[in-house]
Design a protein around this ligand. Structure first.
Ligand SMILES: [Zn+2]
Length: 147
């Protein structure tokens, strides 16, 4: 679908916003009936990138759908999930790296370094939780390291 598509001349157009997950694409609110969309609600919100839509009874609800298309669009949700997985994978790698650095500092008797690394590692744990990670911090190392 065209990245430059304009919607504001279309029947029933209410509002549009750039899709936060797909560059150059938009999410559009229409008065469903005027646009000929049968969604069983007054408003229809359309992800023009994935050709998906949802019905909302109020403009307030429709605006929320427009801001977060991953709540109704499988295509957008997939993008969000993949980005989240990539972020978590990266953070887990950092966590693993810091753990091995800590182990090395411990063997060398570098207590200050070890403390600094421990703080960094706690920061990574916080980021993992913020990124929506719910499993063990590092399943690969779970049997060897506990925190
Ligand atoms: Zn979408």
């Amino acid at each position: 679908m065209s990245n430059r598509k304009q919607h504001n001349q279309e029947a029933g157009y209410v509002a549009e916003r750039m899709n936060p997950h797909v560059k150059g694409c938009k999410v559009v609110i229409y008065v469903a009936e005027k646009q000929g969309l049968d969604v069983g609600e007054k408003y229809a919100v359309v992800c023009d990138s994935h050709s998906t839509l949802v019905g909302d009874s109020s403009l307030k609800a429709a605006r929320l759908s427009m801001k977060a298309p991953e709540n109704f669009c499988d295509g957008c949700r997939k993008i969000v999930d993949e980005q989240m997985e990539a972020t978590i994978d990266q953070l887990q790698t950092q966590y693993w790296y810091l753990t091995s650095e800590m182990s090395w500092a411990d063997k060398q008797g570098h207590i200050a370094d070890q403390e600094k690394l421990r703080k960094e590692r706690f920061h990574i744990v916080g980021e993992l939780l913020a990124a929506g990670h719910t499993g063990s911090i590092d399943s690969k190392l779970d049997d060897f390291y506990r925190w």
